[in-house]
Design a protein around this ligand. Structure first.
Ligand SMILES: [Zn+2]
Length: 144
């Protein structure tokens, strides 16, 4: 697989993410980028300084987002600092547990349109690689 050596801000590389998750898809990459963005914006500690609620990513492929978030934010089901809730729209709420600062991140409309137009595994993999080269602020809307 090509382009697996891309480094994210918090040193999560795509190869490690694929090893963990089992395949490369756009929602996995989006999860990596979201977690990175949240840690940067909230200035919080990975693993223990952050809690996450993932809305609207209950089933595959959308739920692949959760594995990306677990890797990049260090919130895991094992530690109990991530949970998922049903919703009709993806929104991920991150909270800095030290100062209670929060950020809510959504996919922007152009991105949602592109994701729903993807057909088949190859399409998804190609788009996933493109995503990992973009800036998070081109993909997401966020509010504090
Ligand atoms: Zn997946």
């Amino acid at each position: 697989m090509q382009n697996c050596n891309l480094k994210f801000r918090n040193k999560i590389d795509l190869k490690r993410a694929i090893d963990f998750h089992g395949h490369l898809g756009p929602y996995l990459v989006l999860g990596l980028l979201m977690g990175d963005l949240a840690i940067k914006k909230l200035e919080c500690k990975k693993h223990f300084g952050i809690k996450v609620i993932v809305k609207g990513a209950f089933n595959k492929p959308k739920s692949c987002l959760i594995d990306g978030i677990q890797l990049s934010a260090g919130c895991t089901y094992g530690k109990g600092n991530i949970q998922k809730l049903a919703s009709d729209r993806i929104e991920v709420l991150f909270r800095n547990t030290e100062n209670n600062k929060k950020i809510a991140i959504r996919l922007n409309d152009g991105l949602i349109k592109k994701l729903t137009s993807l057909r088949g595994h190859n399409d998804s993999e190609v788009f996933a690689k493109e995503l990992s080269r973009l800036s998070p602020t081109d993909l997401f809307n966020f509010r504090f």
